[in-house]
Design a protein around this ligand. Structure first.
Ligand SMILES: C[S@@+](CC[C@H](N)C(=O)[O-])C[C@H]1O[C@@H](n2cnc3c(N)ncnc32)[C@H](O)[C@@H]1O
Length: 122
């Protein structure tokens, strides 16, 4: 049973990563353009609209991420969720990918954890 779950999760992750490759060029260009103002808008969104979802996300991290886990964070953006992962769990390594170099530059300015690699990818 455990093996079947693992295979199902692997397939879902692979399907998600394949989906991201479809729009990579568009996403890169659009997010490179808005990166410098992204966090100001995201802050409003996060507080006014997404607060309950983000609180739930943090609960899931605490409940599910085992100490020492290897985490693949797809579309990490400016690193806000990367920081949440580091605040709410003790991962062994986070590989955070994003198509936009400008978004990742902002993530790099916030996330200096040696166990976290920020990578232009997907
Ligand atoms: C709305 S932002 C969310 C960022 C972050 N996950 C967060 O919650 O703050 C979406 C991010 O996904 C990235 N993205 C969108 N499509 C992508 C793709 N096909 N490959 C890699 N990154 C992608 C964008 O560059 C952008 O940084």
């Amino acid at each position: 049973m455990g093996d079947i779950m693992t295979e199902t999760i692997k397939n879902k992750v692979a399907a998600y990563l394949r989906l991201l490759t479809l729009h990579r060029g568009e996403a890169k260009e659009a997010y490179d353009q808005v990166a410098s103002i992204y966090d100001d808008f995201a802050k409003v969104w996060d507080h006014a609209i997404a607060a309950p979802t983000l609180a739930y996300y943090n609960q899931i991290i605490e409940a599910r991420v085992k100490p020492g886990a290897l985490i693949l964070e797809a579309a990490a953006g400016t690193g806000e969720r990367t920081q949440a992962l580091l605040r709410h769990s003790q991962p062994g390594e986070i590989i955070a990918l994003d198509a936009s170099a400008a978004m990742l530059d902002l993530a790099r300015s916030k996330v200096q954890d040696p166990g976290c690699v920020l990578w232009p990818g997907i």
